[in-house]
Structure formats: C-alpha cells, structure tokens
Design a protein around this ligand. Structure first.
Ligand code: FES
Ligand code: FES
Length: 161
C-alpha cells in the first residue's frame, strides 16, 4: 500500500492505494464518492467518466496513482454553491434525460466537457461526442434534447430523434 494525494472537487484528499487501484475505486471506496458509477470497468460504458486536469477521463481506465497531484472533478462537485442543480444537470431533469439514472453522472460529466470546447454543438456533434456513454433506458433522444437545452439552443429547432 502507498499514499496518494490529489484534489477532488476542490478539496485536497489523500488515501491508501495499491498499485492496481483504479481511480474509480479510489473515488468510490476510499472517498465514498459513489456518484461515479461502474457499469463495465472495461472502458465501454462511460458511467465512470470524471474530469482529470480538465479532461474527460473514464476513471476505470486510469490507476489512482496516475492521478497523484491532479485536479479531479466528479459529479458530486457539479452542483451550484447553494446546492441547486447546475444548468446541465437542470437540463437533464427538465428534458427527462434520464430514467434509472445509472448513466447520468457520466452523461453530465461528458456533456460538461463537450460544452467547454464546443459551446453550441449540433445534434451530430452531440451524438459523436457521447458515443462513449451508454444508456440502456432513454433511447438517447431526451439526452440529446437536454444537451441542446444546456447549451442554450432551441430544442424544437433541431431533430434530436
Ligand atoms: Fe468505466 Fe464503464 S465503468 S467505462
Ligand atoms: Fe438508465 Fe441511462 S437512464 S442507463
């Protein structure tokens, strides 16, 4: 076992890890941040998506040791300071972009990364970017609408279906 430290959701944290401990395991098991989900742990589903130094990363593809000293953001750090939903989270709620919610943390974190570099993506761009995030419930239509709404676009003006 060894000690690792990083900044998670603007707080410096540290904990014990083995060399094989994945970042997603560290977040969930050591820090109790269970909003980052494990759907496959083989880089397929995107449920574990977090940001590491501002980049979208599937946390099952990275060892916790590799994130030493990094700035990590998880779904738990996305709400507004008063605890209310941020605009992306609110759009997912408003447009019913979730059913069981299992994929939702990854979808929200992925959308956040997308809108950072492409503030008003069209539907093909959204579909392409979210390729690595799987949802078994929604059929994706309402997720696309939520991303359009979160980026301030008229949802009815684009074919999200
Ligand atoms: Fe990481 Fe599925 S749990 S991609
Ligand atoms: Fe159930 Fe996406 S809402 S997996």
């Amino acid at each position: 076992m060894s000690q690792v430290s990083m900044t998670v959701n603007r707080q410096v944290v540290s904990g014990q890890i083995e060399g094989r401990t994945l970042l997603v395991q560290f977040l969930r098991d050591e820090l109790g941040l269970t909003g980052t989900h494990i759907g496959c742990d083989t880089s397929q589903c995107g449920a574990c998506l977090v940001h590491v130094n501002g980049d979208a990363v599937k946390a099952c593809t990275m060892f916790a040791a590799e994130a030493a000293g990094a700035e990590v953001s998880t779904i738990e750090g996305q709400a507004n300071a008063d605890g209310s939903l941020n605009p992306i989270q609110q759009a997912f709620q408003d447009y019913h972009g979730l059913q069981c919610g299992f994929c939702t943390p990854g979808m929200v974190m992925s959308t956040t990364a997308l809108l950072k570099h492409t503030p008003t993506p069209d539907v093909p761009a959204i579909r392409t970017y979210l390729e690595g995030n799987m949802c078994r419930c929604t059929g994706y239509h309402n997720i696309i609408k939520a991303v359009l709404a979160a980026s301030g676009q008229d949802v009815s003006s684009q074919n999200a279906g």
